[in-house]
Design a binder for this molecule. Structure first.
Ligand code: GLA
Length: 694
């Protein structure tokens, strides 16, 4: 039973290995009671309410489940609003609950003002994940102005300080993991750019005694691609709390009579190690978040011509690249930026989504037919939320961008952001992409977004601060509508590399462009950070030419990129026959492994920074196959022999292990406890071990 309630006003939510418990106090406040490994149901009882004194507010001490600002609440809280009579004090008391399948709704209300907050919790027992969100409803006749409406508040069980994980990234340096102890005060991670961004990740991970194989890890990830805020604090009594939701740095949302605002979902869980956390989230994403049509299909090996040609695309060269791509085993040929309007550089053309007649005198079909004849699918690049001032679209509709009449807009990459809160702009964006997809056999769209918002004026909105949230909702609605109209077309979320990497993107797209940085060594770090919470299948990873800093050999670059959804971005027309043969061999090998990689359990066995080697193991869903990637730019101090203990195998089963030329058999127990001693030394070492259950 996933949801239990009892007459004492206790709600117990259970997954296979987790319990999350709340209860209504004698003061009608909804309190958080417990989160962690399962206990006996009878252990939980209703809370009596908290004592107050002039030194400590009772609310400030209590673990309230969704705390509004007001009264004697002095710490950071989940909710804040202003009522029509200027009251900025909210009192949320428990009203009732309802259970629908695996979802529990708990209704809180501020009866004096007709404000209702519905907290909804869904339980996914087999994945060990829960989701929660908050819907705020105005049941009064007067307006209510929301100033903060976070998705969730969490109180963590231990009074010891937690290690807090997040990323501290940038363009070309996404997902760089940072761990810091939160002893007092607060930590905040956020985005203010309009997208979830390259900097911090919209999630929290709070861990104690953690490692890849043990510990106590509490985590939650927001399903949202816009501005977010994650705030964690630890008080003088040792209680650590986490708040997560839509960023309120420039937020307000007007609720008229009968209106509702639903904060994005947070998917959260408790795990007994970092690897368990990653695997729970990976399972959950695969089973409950990936969009339907391609959920169970591995992603194809793609070739993207961007790095080979940049804006200088033309039909003849693209056809030649396609021929070369087909020969090495590519399944999806993608033409990136530069095919439309006057798009000869990043200075012009965005917004004009018609085929450039000089580059494609016979239209796109000539290239697409050629690609299809070669046995590959065709994919194409769009950046639909943007416009270059030097474009027909901007000349016709300068008022379609976010702007202020008396300010000069900041152009970044010579472009401006379209005001997606306007219905006519939404229709235009949908129609442009729809027309191209309807007229051609296109199986993939790379949906890019290459600049942060600025001059965020929206003369069309009564409350301009709603733009951030409405833009993100409009994006989701357009993509969903396009996907419904073109169910055979996959969509990739890209924002100057990995600027839109979040569970919102995972819900609405089929893959994520992880980073523009395709340097194999940098990618090891980026992929490592990514893998904490995000699903392997969605991690697009390309092998490119050596335009980045590390001179990694081709096979090494492949072995790093093969740890996600493999793509190729080299200039195939400049590669030697030997190099092309190596590409063909590696792609064929990847196709054999990719189900295990894209859908399997993942174990981060050794970490490059800490252990000299990066070693990641993937185990297929049926447990019959496993693959281990061992890569290092260089061993050190004459180290030449490493001991690597595997994970995720059955102790009593027998396995055949293949490492380079050597083949041997061992039990799962031996491989996991004694491990494998392997000679590894030198520069740019990359090995792939395969393990087969006998
Ligand atoms: C962004 C993307 C790249 C490429 C270019 C095209 O930078 O991240 O992969 O598509 O735009 O202009």
């Amino acid at each position: 039973m996933a949801i239990l309630t009892n007459k004492d006003g206790i709600f117990i939510l259970e997954t296979e290995h987790t319990q999350y418990v709340m209860g209504v106090g004698t003061d009608s406040i909804l309190y958080h009671i417990y989160w962690g490994a399962p206990c006996k149901h009878s252990d939980f009882f209703a809370l009596p309410g908290y004592e107050k004194s002039s030194n400590h507010s009772e609310l400030d001490l209590a673990k309230t489940e969704y705390t509004p600002f007001g009264g004697t609440m002095y710490r950071d809280c989940a909710f804040k609003c202003t009522y029509a009579d200027k009251t900025r004090d909210c009192v949320l008391k428990y009203k009732e609950y309802a259970v629908q399948g695996d979802t529990l709704h708990v209704f809180l209300e501020d009866a004096a003002y007709g404000l209702c907050v519905k907290l909804s919790y869904t339980v996914y027992p087999a994945c060990d994940i829960l989701s929660r969100s908050a819907t705020v409803c105005n049941n009064s006749d007067a307006d209510i102005m929301l100033e903060r409406a976070f998705s969730a508040e969490f109180s963590l069980p231990s009074r010891q300080p937690y290690h807090i994980y997040n990323s501290n990234g940038t363009w070309s340096g996404e997902q760089q993991k940072v761990v810091q102890e939160l002893a007092c005060g607060s930590l905040q991670f956020e985005s203010r750019k309009g997208i979830s961004g390259h900097g911090n990740t919209p999630a929290f991970i709070a861990a104690q005694h953690e490692s890849e194989t043990q510990g106590e890890v509490f985590f939650g990830a927001l399903e949202y691609s816009g501005n977010f805020k994650v705030s964690l604090n630890r008080d003088a009594f040792g209680i650590t709390r986490a708040l997560i939701g839509v960023n309120d740095f420039d937020f307000s949302h007007t609720l008229h009579k009968g209106d509702a605002f639903t904060a994005p979902c947070v998917h959260f869980g408790f795990a007994e190690s970092l690897s368990d956390m990653s695997n729970h989230m990976n399972d959950f994403a695969m089973q409950h978040v990936f969009p339907e049509p391609f959920r169970d299909e591995p992603l194809p090996v793609l070739y993207n011509s961007w790095e080979a040609t940049e804006f200088d695309v033309c039909v003849e060269e693209q056809k030649k690249l396609a021929e070369a791509a087909a020969k090495i085993g590519v399944e999806l040929f993608v033409m990136d930026d530069g095919w439309f309007g006057e798009r000869n550089s990043d200075r012009a053309g965005l917004g004009d989504w018609t085929v450039n007649p000089e580059k494609f005198p016979n239209g796109l079909s000539e290239l697409i037919d050629h690609v299809n004849t070669l046995g590959m699918d065709f994919g194409i690049w769009f950046e639909p939320e943007m416009v270059n001032p030097d474009s027909a679209l901007y000349r016709a509709h300068p008022d379609w961008t976010y702007h202020y009449e008396r300010r000069t807009p900041n152009e970044l990459r010579h472009q401006l952001v379209l005001n997606l809160t306007k219905p006519e702009v939404q229709d235009y964006v949908f129609d442009c992409v729809d027309k191209v997809l309807s007229a051609h056999n296109i199986k993939y769209v790379k949906w890019d977004m290459n600049r942060p918002f600025s001059e965020i004026g929206t003369e069309n909105l009564e409350n301009g601060k709603m733009l951030w949230y409405l833009h993100t909702q409009a994006l989701y609605a357009i993509v969903d509508k396009l996907k419904a109209r073109h169910p055979q077309t996959q969509f990739e979320a890209c924002a100057s590399g990995g600027g839109r990497c979040d569970f919102g993107a995972i819900r609405h797209f089929d893959q994520i462009w992880t980073s523009d940085n395709t340097d194999a060594i940098d990618r090891i770090h980026i992929q490592d950070g990514y893998s904490l919470l995000y699903p392997t299948k969605y991690m697009r990873a390309w092998v490119t030419d050596l335009k980045w800093h590390n001179p990694a050999p081709l096979k090494f670059r492949f072995n790093v990129a093969m740890q996600g959804a493999l793509g190729i971005g080299t200039n195939l027309l400049k590669m030697s026959d030997e190099e092309l043969a190596l590409c063909a061999e590696q792609i064929a090998f990847y196709k054999k492994l990719r189900r295990t990689v894209q859908f399997g359990k993942k174990y981060r066995l050794l970490n490059l920074e800490r252990d000299e080697l990066s070693v990641n193991q993937y185990v297929s869903r049926d447990g019959k196959e496993s693959v281990v990637f061992v890569v290092t730019p260089s061993t050190r101090f004459l180290h030449h022999c490493f001991s690597i203990r595997l994970n995720g195998l059955e102790p009593d089963a027998q396995y055949r292990v293949r490492i380079c030329e050597s083949v041997f058999e061992k039990s799962g127990a031996f491989l996991m406890n004694a491990g494998i001693e392997q000679e590894i030394s030198g520069q740019y070492v990359s090995q792939i071990w395969t393990i087969e259950k006998l």
